[in-house]
Design a protein around this ligand. Sequence first.
Ligand SMILES: C[S@@+](CC[C@H](N)C(=O)[O-])C[C@H]1O[C@@H](n2cnc3c(N)ncnc32)[C@H](O)[C@@H]1O
Length: 361
Amino acid sequence: MDFGELYRKYDAELRPLCARLRGIYHRMQQQGYRAVFGDVEGEVLYMLLREARPRRVFEISPAAGFSTNYLLAALTANQTGELHSFELLREINGRPTADVIRSNLVPDLDTSRWTLHLGDARETVPAVAGEVDFALLDSSHEEWFARWYVETVFPRVRGWVMVQDIAFHDRIEPSGEARFVWDWAGREQGPLTMVGHVEQSVLHSGVRRGFAERRALECNSLLFQLPQTGRAALPTLNLSPDERIRQAEECVLRQDATGADRHLTEVMDILMTYPWRTNRHRLFFKTGQLYVRLGEPLQAERCFRRAVGAVLGGEPAQRAKGLRELWRLTRRQKLWRLAAEVGVMMVQDWVWNHRSWRIKR
Ligand SMILES: C[S@@+](CC[C@H](N)C(=O)[O-])C[C@H]1O[C@@H](n2cnc3c(N)ncnc32)[C@H](O)[C@@H]1O
């Protein structure tokens, strides 16, 4: 699949869609709804649905409906196909889930194509009989859930599957679901695409330059077709930053400063190349702590400052949470000056969030 070519083909559809979704994304954030679907992943989803023109699409799960937008926008443009969304929560923030999702959809989507099934997907999915032409999995990250969908949903699919939260372009997600799906893919040996690779190539080629940013987190989805045809080896993965930090800690204990620095430098490389990760501030902070132990205060300070910067650049809810976390960490580490600075930032952030001092139209 040549995604560069697809970006060129659907450019005129994707640009306005992304611009409208940016407004929806900000509104969802303000109203306290989760909108956890990466930008390139959403775009890839849209383009594949436009190309494949599936009759029946499964979305497990929509949460407050951000990913539903990409799927339903493609079906609306196709003028064919039905979308079944399966969500566990009957209410989100005290409102019926169906109302929440509807209120988070781009206004002119064809909602007659959409059915929401509420409850545990393991019970609601079997109630919708027949083949599935396209499946998006973005739900529970537990191993037992992955086992369920691999064994019962995958055999029904005759087309594309996108599974979120499995592996970045170079490393696996730390979850039971990710490990199970990665092992399954290794046994199957069918060709698969890591959306992280697509993301890298389209970022470098510039085909999506100027697309409105919604949630520019690094992609960690897998994409493949079922039933699988052909064989291909799985890409080799590197260590995750968390694992590198763990190994750096071991090196510090062994007084192997060179080994520790090698791991920590790799962590910094990953964090600087892919700035938008939710736990980035924590990783910067841990890296800083280890540099303190290695006797490199200036490098440590750089890491601590980057931890603060990562938090300040986040969305309001994550910003408040991240600042609280840094406040705790800095005091525990007796970094008093930094703790005082973070304390001031917390107050400023509280004022910004709780008074109507936001930037007005
Ligand atoms: C990561 S969120 C989905 C994000 C969504 N795709 C978006 O674009 O924002 C995962 C969702 O899976 C739902 N979920 C978890 N376990 C489930 C289950 N057993 N059946 C159905 N939905 C489930 C959760 O309630 C949550 O809303």
